[in-house]
Design a binder for this molecule. Structure first.
Ligand SMILES: [Zn+2]
Length: 449
């Protein structure tokens, strides 16, 4: 187990966070910043009891016309919760029922214009997407949903962002070789942290979000998220991959020094190791697993100390985000649940350890997902997972309607989930589904009625 975050280190980490919030008086790089006249200013009202939601990109809504799109979602799908992308990563989208363009390229952007006073405290600001054509773009999307008494959860991708990496390369991760990452911002960087917190405050305060569904709020790495098509013909051994993913940017090094880690000699050792190891033929590689035993002993224990620094870095960032969401009474929703959020300190991912036990008491919804090959096994697994949801939280489940060629298996899965006691259902991307598939959703609406 990693040692717990001790008070001395935690105070130092907090001091870095606080100092990062001081006004820098630097001019924002994004020339498109303007302020909307009529902020939505509604407080969180996350639905309890039941809900039917869908992931949707803002252009899906505005290309059809907000009223047309919402009429369809209400009348044909029977839904009452929007999970709108607020910031999304670079992608090419095929949109089979979009009236304006069936193929959309997006380089990774935000779909709202920064206007909250908190942005005065930040040096970097989101790169606003091309679909945002008026200052009130996101306001109209939110306000028209609220008029129908629908929920509004913001799906937000934080650090995996090619546009931000291009606009602010100095905030990106830097590997042990000194190469700067081209698409991943570092969670240790004070500007990145201030940006993350301003995004959350904006979505919760200006837009009155019910919650934040987050993705990529921790560290990334060369082998995880890069340009879309890599030329890594022979992937390195798992341990070398792990070492290549470590960040040694100035902010990470600074945090390590604050924890009395001799980061420069550690970095030199890792670099020497990789220069020795990577040119070898795969047959000569160390094929051992990346596990706690290796991590504790590698480089004379220095790797483990460095992982503690990362653990503190990510946990304190998540905690600052959680505090904002709590202040507005909303929910912070992880990308993968519930396994990441079991009542222990570590999640699934060895690279992105955080102290999940800190966040457990604030769970509002917990995702469950049928496991097993037979229907009986899946039903049993759902019932078991529902029984593990803490009493202050409610289970929810996702259905991927565009995976199905007919409505029966989708409706069967919805019914199975309902029978297991799940009343919060949500569906995968609206714009990437066919009309027929979206209409099938409405036939299952009793499950969340
Ligand atoms: Zn870093």
């Amino acid at each position: 187990m990693l040692p717990s975050v001790n008070r001395r280190n935690f105070l130092k980490t907090s001091a870095i966070t606080i100092s990062s919030l001081q006004p820098t008086l630097m001019k924002a790089k994004n020339p498109k910043i303007t302020v909307a006249q009529n902020p939505s200013n509604q407080k969180s009202r996350l639905k309890t009891g039941s809900s039917g939601g869908i992931f949707i990109h803002p252009w899906d809504i505005t290309d059809e016309g907000i009223d047309n799109c919402y009429d369809f979602l209400g009348d044909h799908c029977g839904l009452n919760e929007i999970r709108a992308a607020a910031i999304y990563h670079a992608c090419t989208f095929l949109l089979p029922h979009n009236p304006k363009r069936m193929v959309r390229w997006d380089e990774g952007s935000a779909f709202f214009i920064p206007q909250h006073p908190r942005w005065r405290e930040t040096r970097i600001r989101p790169v606003v997407g091309t679909c945002v054509d008026t200052p009130g773009y996101m306001h109209r999307i939110v306000d028209k949903a609220r008029k129908r008494n629908w929920g509004m959860i913001f799906f937000t991708v934080f650090h995996f962002n090619h546009s931000m990496a291009r606009a602010y390369p100095e905030t990106c991760m830097v590997d042990v070789m000194g190469e700067r990452h081209g698409s991943y911002l570092c969670p240790a960087n004070p500007d990145v942290r201030s940006h993350d917190l301003a995004v959350v405050e904006e979505l919760m305060d200006t837009y009155g979000g019910d919650g934040i569904r987050y993705e990529h709020l921790g560290y990334g790495g060369l082998n995880w998220w890069s340009f879309t098509l890599n030329k890594i013909e022979v992937p390195p051994s798992p341990r070398d991959k792990f070492l290549l993913d470590l960040c040694f940017c100035a902010s990470c090094c600074h945090r390590a020094l604050m924890q009395n880690i001799d980061v420069y000699s550690f970095r030199r050792n890792v670099k020497d190791h990789l220069y020795h190891s990577l040119p070898k033929l795969p047959a000569e590689w160390d094929k051992g697993k990346v596990d706690e035993e290796w991590c504790q002993n590698a480089f004379g224990g220095k790797l483990w100390e460095y992982m503690e620094m990362r653990f503190n870095t990510v946990t304190s960032l998540f905690w600052s985000v959680q505090e904002i969401v709590n202040r507005f009474g909303g929910g912070l929703m992880p990308f993968r649940v519930p396994y990441e959020l079991k009542k222990n300190r570590f999640g699934q991912s060895f690279m992105n350890k955080i102290d999940y036990s800190k966040f457990y008491p604030y769970l509002k919804r917990v995702g469950v997902n049928p496991l097993g090959k037979t229907k009986d096994a899946q039903q049993r697994s759902l019932v078991k997972q529902v029984s593990q949801v803490p009493e202050w939280s409610e289970p929810e489940t996702m259905h991927i309607q565009h995976q199905y060629n007919s409505k029966e298996p989708l409706l069967e899965k919805i019914k199975m989930s309902r029978n297991a006691g799940i009343r919060h259902h949500f569906f995968h991307y609206y714009g990437q589904s066919r009309r027929e598939q979206l209409k099938w959703i409405g036939e299952g609406r009793e499950a969340w009625a």
